[in-house]
Design a protein around this ligand. Structure first.
Ligand code: SAM
Length: 283
């Protein structure tokens, strides 16, 4: 049985009607699945988000030491519980990934529970994400200690995430990701590789978290607020868009001192320039 037949068989067996609202598009393209799992070694504990019918989970369980799969839909959870009953290296959690605290503390606990030589470098996220929450998941993951994240996401979002600050595809998320990590696209996946076909093309992205953020920032909250404000008011000059969060005269002085034109648009600024503005304003 190939993966398409296997997916259809499981869907028939359990009477699965994919839930569009939960982003249920099941991947059956063997090349794409292998590419997503390429980085996984026997030392690794993999956190998989949205295992669905378990197609990627099965590949990960063969390659990794352990797989922790977090699935929101109780129906999917029950299917994979039954499917993987004989596996002793798969743990399935029936939860909303946005409510699971994949925080530092939990990871340290996780690693110490493993009682092996593994360390934080061996905890990786590998997933075909539910697309409706892609940016929230990436934002949360970059705040953890996990360094290696490989995800299948919408092509357009992948391009934005992997763009460089100042590129035409860049958005606020570009700066956020670039602050914490290096990101690059490792492959594209067509709509026809899923049941049902999604409305958009997809890309596989690898994100490698840096040991420390790329620029030094005194007040991260302010730094990200400045970037976000600029990108919600893209058409305005940096001076006008930031005047909602800072005094205009002070801003004029800061921008002049930093050699940034008062007519410059925020989308043309570098990460370093945003850091300089935020650091000057947080004094
Ligand atoms: N991994 C499977 C595959 O590659 O075929 C399914 C991927 S499908 C694109 C996304 C999966 O994420 C679905 O199984 C869906 O039920 C699950 N999901 C949706 N929202 C979720 C959430 N908030 N937390 C955890 N899982 C979620």
């Amino acid at each position: 049985m190939n993966l398409l037949q296997e997916t259809k068989y499981i869907m028939d067996k359990y009477d699965v009607h994919p839930n569009k609202r939960l982003g249920q598009n099941f991947l059956f393209d063997e090349n794409a699945l292998n590419q997503i799992a390429e980085n996984v070694t026997k030392e690794d504990t993999i956190i998989e988000i949205g295992p669905g019918l378990g197609t990627l989970t099965a590949i990960l369980a063969e390659k990794a030491k352990k797989v922790i799969a977090i699935e929101l839909d109780p129906k999917m959870y029950n299917i994979i519980k039954e499917r993987f009953i004989a596996y002793n290296n798969i743990e399935i959690i029936n939860e909303d990934v946005l409510k699971v605290d994949i925080s530092k503390v939990n990871l340290k606990q996780l690693i110490s529970q493993e009682k092996t030589t593994s360390n934080i470098n061996n905890v990786k996220v590998v997933a075909n994400l539910p697309y409706y929450i892609t940016t929230s998941i990436i934002t949360n993951l970059l705040k953890t200690d996990i360094q290696d994240i490989t995800i299948l996401i919408q092509k357009e979002v992948a391009q934005r995430i992997c763009a460089m600050p100042g590129d035409k595809e860049a958005g606020a998320i570009t700066y956020f990701v670039n602050y914490y990590a290096d990101a690059h696209i490792i492959g594209n996946v067509s709509k026809e590789s899923f049941i049902p076909n999604p409305e958009v093309e997809s890309s596989i992205v690898n994100i490698q978290k840096l040991d420390k953020p790329r620029v030094q920032v005194k007040d991260e909250k302010l730094f990200f607020e400045i970037i976000k404000t600029n990108f919600t008011k893209r058409r305005k000059t940096i001076l006008n868009s930031l005047s909602t969060i800072a005094n205009k005269n002070e801003l004029e002085q800061i921008l002049t001192k930093l050699g940034i034109s008062l007519n410059e648009r925020g989308e043309n600024l570098s990460l370093e320039q945003y850091a300089e503005i935020a650091n000057a304003l947080s004094r």
